[in-house]
Design a protein around this ligand. Structure first.
Ligand SMILES: Nc1ncnc2c1ncn2[C@@H]1O[C@H](COP(=O)(O)OP(=O)(O)OP(=O)(O)O)[C@@H](O)[C@H]1O
Ligand SMILES: [Mg+2]
Length: 323
């Protein structure tokens, strides 16, 4: 069964000065119990789409249903079964003049939860998110990370079936991020929640998502598993060259001048070695040409490399762009 159905959604922002088509005919389905990630560069339309799913923004065209309920005509029903959390708003959807626990009690009451059940759930969530020590402190004294955790607790207070999380790990420290990711994975795998998640972090998405949609300029340009995304860009030819040198700039400029090199994707420095990942047109020609162009250096290794998910994503977004 599909938990989320999005069909031909259009959203246009109009102001006196300009018109922005933030979503331009977006369609996809998210299965029940699936961990679905939406990836895209800044301004791609991720937040706009998440807000439409969360009934916060109205679409200008198309249809969206969550667990069969229409987000426009049945918004009240949708709100009861979704939990929404937005990392990028820095906690502005909370009441900063109230304590953490009072915020959660307020939202529990708005959802009509029985106060005794709510209290138990609130403490369990606060403990899990390491916020129990700050339960009675005012939210305005919370750090950004604490505010985001409280928003996550708020999103989960009514035990929603579908979680809509817009960059929920933005601003969290490494330890909290790992904990939250593990928690979300458990919610999805063991408690069968459906998770719609946006992120800029490729490693995060690779580790968490069952399927990924890539959005760019308001259009979905790919939907599939992380493996399918990688396979789709297997034709994407990358040569990795590792050499003993400290002169990154000189090597970079040599590589950039080579006709066979389309782009330097990344480079890493480790002690005395440098490792470049280079996008090329012809693999075999490139390996021999690069070896020749860098023959004055001690080359440790030069070989074909598979794209990382991040490179695969960039390839989809910036198709055809050279050097
Ligand atoms: N309230 C608004 N008024 C006018 N234009 C807007 C508004 N909100 C977003 N936009 C524009 O719509 C497009 C999509 O923005 P959106 O915030 O959905 O992108 P995003 O993928 O979430 O980006 P980010 O990665 O920066 O969070 C952008 O061009 C943005 O400038
Ligand atoms: Mg956004």
């Amino acid at each position: 069964m599909d938990a989320i159905k999005v069909k031909n959604v259009v959203k246009i922002y109009k102001s006196k000065r300009k018109t922005v088509k933030a979503l331009n005919g977006v369609s996809f389905h998210v299965r029940k119990g699936e961990f679905f990630a939406l990836l895209g560069p800044n301004g791609a339309g991720k937040t706009t789409l998440t807000k439409i799913l969360a009934t916060i923004l109205l679409p200008d065209g198309g249809e969206v249903t969550i667990m069969g309920y229409d987000v426009v005509s049945q918004a009240d029903k949708v709100r009861r079964i979704i939990g929404w959390c937005e990392g990028e708003n820095g906690g502005r959807s909370l009441y900063w003049r109230l304590s953490g626990i009072d915020n959660l009690k307020l939202f529990a009451a708005l959802y009509g939860l029985n106060p005794r059940d709510a209290e138990k759930r609130i403490w369990a969530l606060l403990k899990f998110l390491d916020l129990d020590h700050a339960a009675y402190k005012l939210v305005k004294s919370y750090s950004l990370g604490m505010k985001i955790k409280l928003m996550l607790a708020r999103a989960l207070i009514h035990d929603p079936e579908v979680l809509l999380l817009d960059e929920p790990t933005l601003g969290l420290d490494v330890e909290s991020t790992i904990k939250i990711r593990r928690f979300l994975k458990t919610l999805c795998n063991e408690v069968d929640k459906t998770i719609f998640f946006t992120s800029h972090n490729m490693h995060e998405v690779e580790a968490l998502a069952d399927r990924i949609a890539v959005i760019n300029k308001g259009k979905i340009i790919f939907i599939g598993t992380p493996d399918e995304l990688k396979r789709r860009v297997e034709k994407f030819k990358i040569v990795e060259v590792t050499l003993l040198s400290n002169d990154a700039e000189e090597i970079k400029s040599k590589l950039m001048k080579m006709p066979v090199v389309r782009k330097i994707l990344s480079f890493q420095r480790r002690e005395n070695t440098l490792r470049f990942r280079v996008l090329v047109d012809n693999l075999y020609e490139a390996i021999s040409d690069i070896a020749l162009a860098l023959k004055g250096y001690k080359i440790e290794r030069i070989e074909r490399a598979l794209p990382s998910l991040e490179e695969a994503f960039l390839r989809l977004v910036f198709q055809g762009e050279a050097k």
